[in-house]
Design a protein around this ligand. Structure first.
Ligand SMILES: Nc1ncnc2c1ncn2[C@@H]1O[C@H](COP(=O)(O)OP(=O)(O)O)[C@@H](O)[C@H]1O
Ligand SMILES: [Mg+2]
Length: 120
């Protein structure tokens, strides 16, 4: 299936895989902001010449380096196991890589920021 982004840019991807990945990131952000006073989630789409990047940012607490280093491994969780599969990030990363992209966590950003990138 082709994913149509903006007007006429089309990349060949399985739409369901991309939607599933973005949803997984959004659900994580929803979990992260639940108990915060400042609550927001931003989704930005950067449509570059060679790649498309979906940037998901939330107002949740900073992820400790210790956790950030392991969170994309399958089954790694910090949530109660009945509310968690531990597969959201690892699946999104696998999907991004299958389109010569990647899922990256921005350690420099003051807010929690994930970048889901796909090559065109
Ligand atoms: N936006 C986020 N803010 C804080 N921690 C996050 C965020 N996204 C992911 N994480 C951390 O990464 C872990 C793994 O995420 P994920 O693979 O989606 O599994 P799950 O959401 O089922 O726990 C989470 O349990 C959490 O510790
Ligand atoms: Mg998740």
């Amino acid at each position: 299936m082709k994913l149509k982004i903006f007007n006429d840019d089309v990349i060949n991807v399985k739409k369901v895989e991309v939607i599933q990945s973005i949803m997984a990131l959004m659900f994580n952000s929803m979990d992260a902001i639940r108990d915060q006073t400042e609550k927001w989630i931003k989704l930005r789409i950067l449509n570059g010449e060679k790649e498309i990047a979906f940037i998901i940012q939330d107002s949740g607490p900073r992820i400790p380096d210790e956790i950030a280093g392991k969170m994309m491994l399958p089954f790694f969780i910090t949530k109660p196991p009945d509310k968690s599969t531990g597969l959201g990030l690892s699946l999104a990363k696998t999907i991004a890589k299958s389109y010569r992209g990647d899922l990256l966590y921005d350690i420099e950003s003051p807010y929690t920021t994930f970048m889901f990138r796909l090559s065109k």
